[in-house]
Design a protein around this ligand. Structure first.
Ligand code: PLP
Length: 398
């Protein structure tokens, strides 16, 4: 509507949430839809975390919390960063928020002036570029393909830098590709950033524990640039706590204070109960995370084998997260049984939903049109059936 702000009119709807919604609508009509579109572990929140939340209620943790979060939760984050990542932070550098999503949005609003450039490797998580748009910044994309495992080189990074570059943002492990940057690869990027002291780096590490290749490496480990790195992380993926809305940043003190100021005028501190639960999650270690990872590892192999069995689909073996990002452009130009031409990845995703009854997300929403994203956060049976349907539906395109 024309009375809505330019800001909101220029914003796209989240494609992942849209496909999930369309899938739910079909399901409401009684159709058995298998959803591979959501970025959500299909596990329950660990019991100890739920117990901590119940206790928090009984102890009346029901009032406004400090804007940056309870000090003992921030301390738990400091301890976690030391214990799991070998990184030193002070509590004043930690700001708790309503999910990593809000943390990302806070940081972008904190750093970006109109016209500032933000370098984003593609494919990227759907919200990155939209958040930049909201802040009136300009997204500058570095395209990658399956041939490089969707990772950028230091040369590509340097070529994208201009005098207007303010920020670089990426996720490792990556949503939507599952790619994981090694320590050596991160060191190569850090070397470039050393030459450009005015560029900040958002390191989205929300999938850090779903990593099948190695131990997680953070670009914040390089002391020469650490002060300019903003780590974004949260509890959603590691502890199956998507609905609790709990995330945080670790950044230099100025950025942390600015985030607190912004949050103080917008949302205030996040849910008090979720924060108490977060402390329990970090105090209780990685046992439940490990179990979840084992299930994901098994499904990764399953989906890899099944995808390789579908003619016209090309995939790599993702190293982390719980997504596949196969190349599907060989189907562009083909027709569905009603004669509609599949023009792009969004068409293919819609076709798979309507004919195959599986919900996926077109790669165009992640900045790479030649691909689709499949989440394997689903049961083994559902994954087998979904991939069977996918193979059958794709074979009907001529
Ligand atoms: N960053 C990435 C790469 C994600 O995939 C997601 C969730 O899908 C988020 C951030 C947001 O996580 P949260 O639930 O903590 O807001």
């Amino acid at each position: 509507a024309s009375y809505l702000s330019n800001r909101i009119n220029s914003l796209s709807e989240s494609a992942t949430l849209k496909m999930t919604k369309l899938g739910r609508e079909l399901a409401a009509k009684g159709i058995n839809v298998i959803s591979l579109s959501v970025g959500e572990p299909d596990f329950n929140t660990p019991d100890n975390v739920k117990e901590a939340a119940k206790k928090a209620l009984d102890e009346n943790y029901t009032r406004y919390s400090p804007v940056a979060g309870y000090p003992d939760l921030r301390q738990a984050v400091v301890d976690k960063l030391k214990r799991e990542n070998g990184l030193d932070y002070d509590i004043s550098q930690i700001v708790i928020s309503t999910g990593a999503k809000q943390s990302l949005s806070n940081v972008i609003l904190t750093l970006i002036n109109p016209g500032d450039e933000v370098i984003i490797p593609t494919p990227y998580w759907v919200s990155y570029s939209e958040m930049v748009t909201l802040a009136e910044g300009k997204s500058v994309f570095i395209d990658t393909t399956i041939e490089s495992n969707f990772k950028i080189t230091p040369e590509q990074l340097e070529a994208a830098i201009t005098p207007k570059t303010k920020l670089f943002m990426f996720s490792s492990p990556c949503n939507p590709t599952g790619s994981v940057y090694s320590k050596e690869e991160l060191a190569g990027l850090a070397k470039v950033f050393e030459k450009y002291p005015n560029i900040f780096i958002i390191s989205d590490e929300i999938y850090e524990h779903i990593n099948f290749v190695d131990k997680h490496e953070s670009i914040a480990q390089f002391d020469s640039i650490k002060d300019r790195v903003i780590i974004v992380n949260g509890f959603s993926k590691a502890y199956a706590m998507t609905g609790w809305r709990l995330g945080y940043i670790a950044a230099n003190k100025e950025i942390a204070a600015a985030n607190e100021k912004l949050q103080g005028q917008t949302t205030s501190g996040t849910c008090s109960i979720a924060q108490r639960a977060g402390i329990a999650a970090y105090q209780d270690g990685l046992e439940s995370v490990q179990k979840m990872k084992e299930a994901f590892a098994r499904r990764r192999q399953l989906v890899y084998d099944l995808l390789n069995d579908i003619p016209g689909v090309k995939t790599n073996m993702p190293e982390g997260a719980f997504y596949f990002f196969p190349e599907i452009s060989s189907f562009f130009g083909k027709k569905d049984p009603e004669g509609n031409v599949i023009k792009d990845s969004a068409d293919l995703a819609l076709y798979l939903l309507n004919y195959g009854h599986i919900a996926t997300v077109g790669g165009d929403s992640f900045g790479n049109n030649n691909y689709i994203r499949l989440s394997y956060a689903a049961s083994d049976e559902n994954l087998k059936e979904a991939l069977r349907r996918m193979k059958e539906a794709l074979a009907k395109l001529v």
